[in-house]
Write a protein that binds this ligand. Sequence first.
Ligand code: PLP
Length: 469
Amino acid sequence: MVDDMLGFLEGIRAEPAWRPMPREVVEELSRPAPVEGEGAEAAYADFRRLVLPYRMGNVHPRFWGRVMGTGTPFGMLAEMLTAGMNTNVSGLHSAASHVEAQVLSWFKPVMGMPPEASGVLVSGCSAANLVGLTVARDEKGRRVGVDVYRQGVQALPGRPTLYTSEDAHNSVDRAAMLLGLGVDAVRKVPMDAAFRVRADVLERMVEEDRAKGLLPLCVVGNAGTAATGAIDDLSALADVAARQGLWFHVDGAFGAWAGLSPALRGRVAGIERADSVAFDLHKWMYVPYDVGCVLVRDAAAHRRAMSATQAGYIAQAPRGIESDPFRFNELGPQLSRNFRALKVWLSVKEHGLAAYARQIEQNVAQAALLAALAEGHPELELLSPAALNVVCLRYNDGRLDEAALDRVNAEVLMRLHERGVAVPTTGKVRGKRALRFAIVNHRSRREDFVATAEAVVALGRELVAEQAP
Ligand SMILES: *Cc1c(COP(=O)(O)O)cnc(C)c1O
């Protein structure tokens, strides 16, 4: 298996970026559980035949869909060690807690957090946003004399309200839903021409809402929106949060890692004023799925909000295995927790932070290249500025109306996928259907972007020709 998978990764460039699943495969994957075992070899053969060929494909050099990290061979081997140890990092004392604490301590300076800040590894940035916003909710409660942990949100005086960008990730909505605030409690603040939240409008909305009897709680800033990669003016948002007495949370899923690069760090200035920061390791740090992280400036507030009432059998002892000083299970929603820290720890030790900074800079340069290709071609249109590593473009020969452009570009996208050429995904930019490239791929080369831009033009022409009378 190890040899096969290393060989698979070595040969990935020659493979299609994606391939559709034949109906027979789908049918085989709907069969009931075997009563008698078929044995490891037959089971593995089924994996090679039914699963591996129909992978999502984010290990491919021309995969730029959603925001999907690419993983590394050493990360794969780290997962083997993790599974072999089968550690549950849930408050029993072992080296695993110290490894998790160590990787958190490595990331705090990158994210502008002090050494005494708290944090925890979670499944991804959705869970990280949920934890950050839970602490935000409970701390607001404390300031108005309500113990939300015990009494719930219904005890709050006025409707708790969050503020974020129109382009915020829907995990912010989901967090509001799970926290009992409701999705309507997330107020979407209009953006400027560069897709950044308008801080002046934000402040006016907060003041108007408060006058109406709502309870403004938190500002969620974006360090890299999934839609266009835009980075909010985090310093301006921090100013509004400070003036208005709001928690300042930053969703920095991938973009916060700009802080690793001396050349890019300035773009996330202000992140060091956040009360909590959420980010992923499985996107722009190229660590295999899944692992994200939340850091919280006020460690006591973090533990207060997240630690469930102690169960009788989960006690803290002065010595022995019950003496874990970190108890990460009390800092997030999970009790049983995979040893996610190991693949992060091993990867950072393997490469060093400077190599990650250079790789991130390369992805940003590739986004600029793709944007330049789009701007330089008469049949391509760039739909959003490549503020970081996300490029939105479309085929546009100048003769189609908006409805036709949407149809043609949706079809261009599906043909790119089905022919295995490349995997961008889609999004709407100011109502226009875009081919969206989120570049967090360490296997991509310059030629991949040139070839893909050419393929978009060729497919666009093909479609226009098909539709001509
Ligand atoms: C991907 C992403 C998320 C969600 O992260 P998961 O790791 O998929 O849970 C949140 N915010 C932004 C900006 C993202 O790009």
